[in-house]
Ligand binder design. Sequence first.
Ligand code: GLN
Length: 531
Amino acid sequence: MSKYIFVTGGVVSSLGKGIASAAIGKLMESRGLKVTLIKCDPYINVDPGTMNPYQHGEVYVTEDGAETDLDLGHYERFTSAKLTRDNNITTGKIYYSVITKERKGDYLGKTVQIIPHITDEIKDGIKKAAVNSKADVVIVEIGGTVGDIESLPFLESIRQLKLDMGRDYAINVHVTLVPYIKSAGETKTKPTQHSVGTLRQIGITPDIIICRTEKRLMREAKEKIALFCNVDSEAVITAIDVKSIYEVPVSLKKEGLDRLILRLLNIKCKDSDLSEWKNKVLKKIKNPSKKTTIAVVGKYIALQDAYKSIYEALTHGAIANNTALTIKKVDSEDIEKNGAARYLQGVKGILVPGGFGTRGIEGKVKAVRFARENNVPFLGLCLGMQVTVIEFARNICGLKGANSSEFDKRTKYPVISLLEEQKKTDIKGATMRLGAYECSIKKDTKAYEAYREEKVSERHRHRYEFNNDFRKIMEGKGMVFSGINKKRDLVEIVELEDHPWFMACQSHPEFKSKPDNAHPIFREFIRASLR
Ligand code: GLN
């Protein structure tokens, strides 16, 4: 039977609960245990696929094509857990399922209620993901902050689960903020006391409290938290701010977190070994021998989380090249207004990420043109590939006004368009081309140089595709179609012949990159930026 670690958060959001959960996963794995991680999100959307990045941050896509919370990205980057749609449970999904069952008559004669019907559905969802994963340790992160109305059914569910399973089978880890008040020169424990108080009112007592702080907690502060929150003082863990998120597992291990968890869960196993992680990742972050600057040209630049996996994958590419990385975030609407040179002059590489809708598109087209004409290494991802094709059609093939039918329904040259199957659907949720698809790589191309394989698989999330009517014209002008989905004859990767390094893919390779195993495309992109 799996053992459970339930992770809740208190005081404020954005505490890094997701990274703490992922780091716990890493620590458990480093002791030879099999882990899985589940994220519970209290919003009523069935999945985040229909949300704006400003609401939600990046939408992370799993192999099986689920549009999920970006924390699943952290989980997959830190651990080797294979996550599926079952690893992200939302309020919307739970209600959808319960209401569907009610209509079918599954609860005939009964009043359907939050307790037990919604809570049972949550518990079943958690147990299903746990059983399917065959994990020794299941880490369940509850989104939101304790005290929110929305997360109550999830908290009630984990309260019941812990009770059902009994001692040694489940623990609660509460992540809180211990702010440092500069003027007083003190760390303050009161917010933590209050949030644990709120948890205890609903019947949950934390076994471990992870305190996010800027300053290491003194013994007195730990003892105070322990006393007021009813835990051992050794169960008060300092999670001090670190430069790189990849240091978190090591920093939590130093605090004895993994030992404590194993003792509480009564698991006997080997000691953890993080030496490979330290050598392959942390050492390289700390002692880079080169440096590079990559511009990311998007429209959600102001938001740290909107391009999370891309920023991480670039970091991984830099780690693999022993390189210090500066990411210059450029708003495509600024380029639209003021031209590309002002923002892109001097950068060593340009990346245009995915996106939806017309806003900012022309700025991205200008960024592609700048990269192409100035021989700056370029990587386009998803929409980034689509604007690459638009730019090439307009400026090299002379197809004036070429566009994607997403942005101009009446364009004479719809170089990016909808497949027939997509034209038929007007439902927006989970109807894009989603998840893993195979791609055949052409030899003697940059793509092959990176992958060194003829068959690869990458994750997708888009509705529009390269329009094959234009393949011949573009090929004739020097565009190389180096990656093709053979089954459907879909263009997956394009490159340029006369350019030091210019590649764009319809998929999202960023989702499969790891700090200790950079995605080959990101590794080669960073390498090209160094030349
Ligand atoms: N908007 C484009 C499409 O739907 C690209 C999507 C993306 O970049 N993820 O095809």
